[in-house]
Design a protein around this ligand. Structure first.
Ligand code: AMP
Ligand code: TRP
Length: 333
């Protein structure tokens, strides 16, 4: 049995939201109690779409602050930024030569992000999943907590690991990393359109709850969130064609730690305004303390820089040791 090791990454593109929190950060904290974990601010991924340098700098620190504010402990987990460990870029190049164009052509996130004019997307955006595979396998990580939107990228990372092991005749050299996707809310949806995932890039701020939102912001956004004109039903099937209502109920169920069935049992027949009042309360309770802590942590940037520096030192030791063996397998001198 290989030793379990957790790796995950979050892009420093500003404004972490409830989707990031329920899909990823909350699980990062739970896993930290049970296993060795490495959490990375993936700045090299962020620049696949142009970022203003000063914004990128601030957003890296804000992402670290968000990690700490949700409960990640730099004494337990390794917390660092990707570009400061050069092994990520080096292994990504090797994987560019292992991965196949046909595999990348199937990636739906590239299609979404590149939009209609693919010719104008950066080459980096296209080969982004190879870098993601390198992030994970540089540490030979076995488990990867992510939201459902990253499942396809994880499958690609497994394909790359498998092909490398076959090509270089070293079965079991790279583990096949397993995704850890939350069961209930693997995809938190936009508050304005229940068919789209909640995201940093959606134009309307009313579509998401940001970790830094104040009480009033949360109350307003939930009040304005789309729901349904009919009363809350007593079964999940009745919610199939009502994605916005289902999303609100799912978020409530997850944050209040009560199964969706039980929530429906308690609320069936009531108007959505009843759910919205309760949802606002639980969200304010859970999210506003995190937001306040992020703001407080951002007042001491040198502390955040120190956290990154220490994490980088620890990550580099593992990365260099593994890279030495990887270079050897490939035949690089
Ligand atoms: P990103 O901000 O794209 O780097 O995402 C960081 C983590 O948050 C990844 O594990 C994503 O899968 C997760 N995530 C992002 N948006 C959502 C969402 N709307 N629902 C659930 N998980 C999400
Ligand atoms: N692609 C992920 C996202 O957009 C971020 C990411 C980069 C990642 N490298 C990773 C997640 C490695 C898990 C493991 O959300």
């Amino acid at each position: 049995m290989k030793k379990k090791l957790v790796f995950s990454g979050v892009q420093p593109t500003g404004n972490l939201h409830l989707g990031n929190y329920l899909g990823a950060l909350k699980n990062f904290v739970i896993l930290q109690k049970e296993m060795k974990c490495i959490y990375c601010v993936v700045d090299l991924h962020a620049i696949t779409i142009f970022q203003k340098p000063e914004d990128l700098n601030n957003n890296v620190l804000e992402t670290v602050a968000s990690f700490l504010a949700t409960g990640l402990d730099p004494k337990k987990s390794i917390i660092f930024n990707q570009s400061s460990v050069s092994g990520h870029a080096e292994l990504a190049w090797i994987f560019n030569c292992v991965s196949r164009i046909g595999w990348l052509n199937r990636m739906t996130q590239f299609k979404d992000k590149a939009g209609s004019d693919k010719e104008k997307a950066s080459v980096g955006l296209y080969i982004y999943p190879n870098l993601m595979a390198a992030d994970i396998l540089l540490y030979k990580a076995t488990h990867v907590p992510v939201g459902a939107d990253q499942k396809q990228h994880l499958e690609l990372a497994r394909d790359i690991a498998q092909k490398f092991n076959n090509d270089f005749n070293c079965s079991n050299f790279f583990p096949l990393p397993e995704p850890l996707i939350p069961k209930n809310v693997s995809r938190v949806m936009s508050l304005r359109d229940g068919t789209k995932k909640m995201s940093k890039s959606e134009e309307s701020d009313y579509s998401r709850i940001n970790l830094k939102d104040k009480e009033d912001d949360i109350a307003n956004k939930i009040k304005k969130a789309k729901s349904d004109s009919e009363a809350i039903p007593d079964n999940i099937k009745a919610l199939e064609a009502k994605p916005e209502a289902l999303n609100l109920l799912n978020i409530y169920s997850e944050i209040s730690n009560v199964s969706l069935e039980k929530v429906l049992n308690e609320m069936s027949g009531k108007e959505y305004s009843f759910l919205k009042t309760k949802l606002t309360d639980v969200l304010v309770n859970e999210i506003t303390p995190v937001g306040k802590e992020i703001k407080k942590l951002l007042e001491d940037k040198s502390h955040l820089m120190k956290v990154l520096k220490k994490g980088t030192e620890k990550a580099n030791i593992i990365a260099e040791e593994n890279l030495k063996n990887i270079r050897e397998k490939v035949g690089l001198i």
